[in-house]
Design a binder for this molecule. Structure first.
Ligand SMILES: Nc1nc2c(c(=O)[nH]1)N[C@H]1C(S)=C(S)[C@@H](COP(=O)(O)O)O[C@H]1N2
Ligand SMILES: [Mo]
Length: 222
């Protein structure tokens, strides 16, 4: 049984020691380096397309709340002001959409997901999370996947507050997975013992969604 708080604290300490490989900007890399960052079957774009269910929830900084609940020691409900008073960080990462576009060097600002997990204290029995959006969207991941430095609960990208179409006021980004694993208009993070496939996962999208392994759809779906 994992002691999640200990595990998170160890990861934080490791990152502080500077052992984290920092992502480089495109200009710091040669063409080869850029190619190495583009997963198979993807093409680079320099705009930021919008992909969602076509439902724009009525959520703004005044009515937005974030809940962390389920198998945790201390369920949390955060307002926008609570959220903005948490330690703010930035992380630059690449964004890969299953519809075959990638955008490199997205500079996200917000709170690391593990910061919130540390506060809530997942119980040892917690193994999986469901991220809920205000539009009713859900997506699932192993809890462990949320402990990485680059998993952000973001309010800004590339120097601007997130627009409503991109999930503002607050969305999640999980750069190591296809972008559907990051819920826009983030409403809640729920922890449970067993995996619960989310909106696209029950419709045949791959449960793990690693872009470099081209895990777009699950094998038995089509
Ligand atoms: N709440 C919510 N989050 C969501 C979605 C959605 O429909 N609702 N779509 C997902 C998908 S399929 C993708 S590719 C990305 C797209 O993010 P973007 O519209 O900012 O490019 O958001 C993901 N997060
Ligand atoms: Mo997507």
């Amino acid at each position: 049984m994992p002691d999640w708080r200990k595990l998170i604290a160890a990861k934080v300490a490791l990152a502080k020691r500077g052992s984290k490989p920092r992502s480089k900007t495109m200009s710091q890399l040669g063409i080869q380096g850029v190619d190495a960052r583009v997963p198979p079957g993807q093409r680079l774009v320099d705009n930021f397309p919008v992909l969602d269910l076509g439902v724009r929830p009525n959520v703004n900084t005044a009515n937005w709340m974030l809940n962390i609940y389920g198998l945790v020691e201390m369920p949390l409900t955060l307002s926008w002001l609570d959220f903005r008073s948490l330690p703010q960080t930035s992380d630059t990462s690449d964004f890969h959409c299953v519809t075959r576009w990638s955008q490199l060097d997205m500079a996200w600002e917000g709170v690391q997901a593990r910061e919130l997990l540390m506060m809530a204290g997942p119980l040892a029995s917690a193994k999986y999370v469901t991220m809920h959006g205000y539009d009713g969207y859900t997506t699932n991941l192993p809890l462990e996947a949320l402990l990485d430095d680059d998993v952000m609960i973001a309010h800004s990208v590339n120097g601007h507050s997130l627009t409503a179409e991109h999930g503002g006021p607050v969305r999640m980004v999980v750069p190591k997975r296809y972008a559907w694993k990051g819920a826009k208009w983030l409403k809640a993070i729920e922890m449970h013992a067993a995996d619960r496939p989310g909106f696209w996962e029950v419709r045949g999208y791959h449960n793990d969604a690693f872009p470099f392994a081209e895990q777009r759809y699950s094998d038995d779906a089509f």
